[in-house]
Write a protein that binds this ligand. Structure first.
Ligand code: SF4
Length: 239
């Protein structure tokens, strides 16, 4: 349990709170979960599935964000009991100073036994965040994101996640050639365990890519995850 309660009056820019639903991705796929989606991202992945958190060309960003205090979010969790708490985005670690008191408050309550943070791995987590979370789901972006390498890969931050001992590595993959890129990163930064997830926001694309990737992923000794929420509800918001 974290002992750093930070600024209990901090507020967070939140895009949406939703659940209970299922965690759709990664090692906890299928588990009951509640999601706190924070607003804002410093990256611009071409295939981003949550552009409402950052892309003013496609979304009214004023309407997409609300400032919530720690107490507001705890009250919502109390009214939506059950399962993991997943902190996602956008990029949630852009707000990690404000996140610290929320994580501490959740740990000091009986509102969740596990907290998972989903991140692009480009911002090193603070010691308080590392202490407070159960695990990080770190998703370094590949070249097909169209980001520059210096934008999407921050070696010092990646090493901090490795050192945390709490990182699971989830790579969004479109095609077979992306697996070679993943293999290079896994070897360079000693990333483990690895999950491969098909990129796609409709069930047909997700299933087609999973079938394409399954045997090559097995051959490399990695894990494969679908996107359960897409298979169940296509690209519906807040599911
Ligand atoms: S890091 Fe995530 S939220 Fe940010 S642009 Fe890329 S996919 Fe979207």
């Amino acid at each position: 349990m974290s002992t750093n309660t930070g600024d209990a009056t901090a507020t967070l820019a939140v895009n949406e709170l939703f659940g209970p639903t299922f965690q759709g991705e990664g090692p906890n796929q299928g588990r009951l979960a509640r999601f706190i989606r924070l607003f804002g991202c410093h990256l611009t992945c071409e295939w981003c599935d949550t552009p409402q958190t950052w892309d003013r060309r496609r979304h009214d960003l004023t309407a997409e964000q609300q400032q919530l205090g720690v107490a507001d979010i705890l009250n919502w969790l109390a009214d939506s009991p059950g399962g993991l708490v997943v902190i996602t985005g956008g990029e949630p670690l852009l707000q990690q100073r404000a996140l610290e008191p929320l994580l501490a408050a959740i740990n000091q309550s009986d509102l969740a036994a596990e907290i998972e943070v989903e991140t692009s791995g480009t911002i090193a987590p603070s010691a308080a965040v590392v202490e407070a979370v159960t695990r990080f789901s770190v998703s370094p972006k590949l070249a097909h994101s169209t980001l520059l390498e210096r934008q999407r890969l921050r070696p010092a931050a990646l090493r901090q996640f490795v050192l945390s001992g709490k990182a699971h590595w989830k790579f969004v993959v479109q095609s077979m050639k992306d697996l070679d890129e993943v293999e290079h990163l896994v070897a360079q930064y000693r990333l483990d365990p690895v999950w491969i997830m098909p990129e796609g926001t409709d069930s047909t694309t997700v299933l087609d890519r999973m079938r394409l990737l399954a045997d090559p992923v097995l051959a490399r000794g990695w894990n494969l995850t679908s996107r359960l929420h897409i298979l169940l509800w296509e690209n519906a918001r807040a599911r």
